[in-house]
Design a protein around this ligand. Structure first.
Ligand code: NAD
Length: 479
């Protein structure tokens, strides 16, 4: 029997154990392996999204106040098209890959990499993009042939309940299941053995997940966050940069892992950049409209404690508010830009995760690089410039999950590009199908090979020894 926690029903440990056992049985039955089965599940997932498009928008609106256009564009339709692409790509992705060998004597061993499902997978997702961050990895897991448990965030209860209701109506319930719950339920889930865990969320919980995975030597993908800078080089078009950066910063009210966290601008251009941001703001919210109370309000700040965290940062910062800084109730903050922000300011300590943009003034590009390198590796660096030498400098002297030139957030539109951070911003790439696939090596050494293998058998003779050493006597090039 399920427990009721406040007004939401969470799964009990016994139910979670039953789900785990059921999916494990399904995996070993082999039912999820045939490509026809995987294709059907992917098409059903697309159908679930199409039939219930508005219900999913309603859920995201209820949970986080997400505007319908943002829910459609970056969550429902994005996943729907990804599911269809995966269904059409399955045969190519899953085809065994010949593994050519350099040595002629191994050429007839038939070395091949077979794309095998790892087993029963676990996907733990956060609240900020709850649909895409739950279902996009699921698409990869289905395509790979892995039964999967989804553990959406307790901070989006309407969405989680909707998913838990719809998923078994469209997908095979013996292979795919939703576990509803918060920390105690997730802790129980993490105590079980999984073939792969994909976690998206904060680095604090990422450490908990990695430690739990280590107990079973389970491979884990961590999609974390961090402070992603937007650097505006001196040649950049400020009007374009400001419009693009402000647009990126207000997506989901700045609660996006790839939000531009802070801007870095040459000292002499800060004033002009602020003016450009004000103009962009006036374009987005013309006279009479308002970011929080107007036609299409910004998403809510997820809860009162995150709102209080942001308000507290605005109180403690040494920077000056150039515009914005209005707070409404316990869920709204207007887009806020700050100047004169010291490099060690409270706004520069942790990922902001809200619609607040501090501007750090620097002397030159090298100074910008020093600021970035003084912090943990970001998920992405946004670089506004058309100069090849500046791009090269960033490629060679900084690290990040991705480097995006002249725009923000658009890397998410390149589905074909693996996505992932480094260090504090995460580990392993979510290249979807590959994440849940084990490359199983295969060779066949037939009896016809036996004449070529005599040198390995005892008795060990000097001839055999000389033969074994010969490849090590090759001439090594000077450079
Ligand atoms: P969250 O609070 O919703 O937590 C994420 C998941 O972890 C939830 O399912 C939750 O139930 C579970 N969880 C929370 N505490 C736990 C604990 N102690 N033990 C076990 N499980 C626990 O989301 P969040 O972590 O606040 O998400 C925001 C963070 O996620 C930001 O840092 C953001 O940058 C990052 N993020 C990263 C990506 C990416 O793709 N790299 C995408 C979105 C968000």
């Amino acid at each position: 029997m399920s427990q009721t926690n406040s007004d939401h029903t969470y799964n009990t440990p016994a139910e979670i154990d039953e789900i785990h056992a059921r999916l494990t049985r399904t995996f070993y039955s082999g039912v999820t392996r045939p490509l026809a089965y995987r294709r059907k599940q992917l098409l059903q997932l697309a159908r679930m999204l199409q039939d219930n498009h508005v219900a999913f928008e309603d859920a995201l609106l209820a949970d986080i106040g997400k505007p319908r256009l943002e829910s459609s564009l970056s969550e429902v339709v994005h996943c729907l098209t990804n599911a269809l692409t995966a269904a059409d790509s399955l045969e190519t992705w899953a085809a065994p890959k010949p593994c050519p060998t350099t040595a002629a004597w191994r050429a007839d061993w038939g070395a091949t990499l077979h794309k095998e499902p790892k087993g029963v997978a676990l996907i733990i997702s956060p609240w900020n993009y709850p649909l895409v961050l739950t279902l996009n990895p699921l698409i990869g897991a289905i395509a790979a042939g892995c039964p999967t448990v989804l553990k959406p965030s307790e901070l989006v209860p309407v969405f989680s309940q909707l998913l838990a209701t719809l998923l078994p109506r469209y997908l095979d319930p013996t292979a795919y299941a939703v576990v509803k719950g918060s920390v105690p339920e997730t802790t129980h889930v993490l105590g079980l053995r999984w073939a792969h865990i994909l976690y998206t969320g904060s680095s604090r919980v990422g450490r908990v997940v990695a430690a739990a995975a280590a107990a079973h030597l389970t491979p884990v993908t961590l999609e974390l966050g961090g402070k992603s800078p937007a650097v505006i080089a001196d040649d950049a078009d400020l009007t374009l940069a400001a419009r693009r950066i402000l647009h990126g910063k207000i997506q989901n009210a700045g609660q996006l892992c790839v939000s531009p966290d802070y801007a870095v601008v040459s000292r002499g251009r800060v004033g002009a950049f602020v003016e450009a941001l004000k103009s962009a703001h006036a374009e987005f919210w013309p006279e009479g409209d308002h970011p929080l109370t107007g036609n299409a309000p910004l998403s809510n700040i997820i809860n009162a404690s995150h709102h209080a965290r942001l308000v507290d940062m605005l109180k403690r910062t040494k920077g000056k508010i150039a515009f914005g800084g209005e707070t409404h109730g316990q869920k709204g903050i207007t887009p806020t830009v700050l100047t004169d922000v010291p490099e060690d300011d409270v706004l520069m300590e942790e990922e902001i995760f809200g619609p607040i943009l501090p501007i750090i003034a620097v002397d030159a590009v090298d100074h910008a690089i020093r600021v970035i390198n003084s912090k943990p590796t970001p998920l992405v660096i946004y670089l506004f410039t058309d100069k090849e030498e500046i791009k090269q400098k960033f490629l060679q002297r900084t690290q990040s999950g991705q480097l995006v030139q002249n725009d923000v957030v658009m890397q998410l539109a390149v589905n074909e590009m693996p996505f992932g951070g480094q260090g504090e911003s995460g580990c392993k790439y979510t290249a979807s199908f590959d994440t849940f696939t084990h490359l199983r090596g295969y060779i066949n050494i037939s009896s016809a090979q036996e004449p070529f293998l005599q040198g390995r058998y005892r008795p060990y003779t000097d001839d055999k020894y000389q033969f074994a050493c010969a490849p090590g006597k090759v001439k090594i090039p000077d450079a």
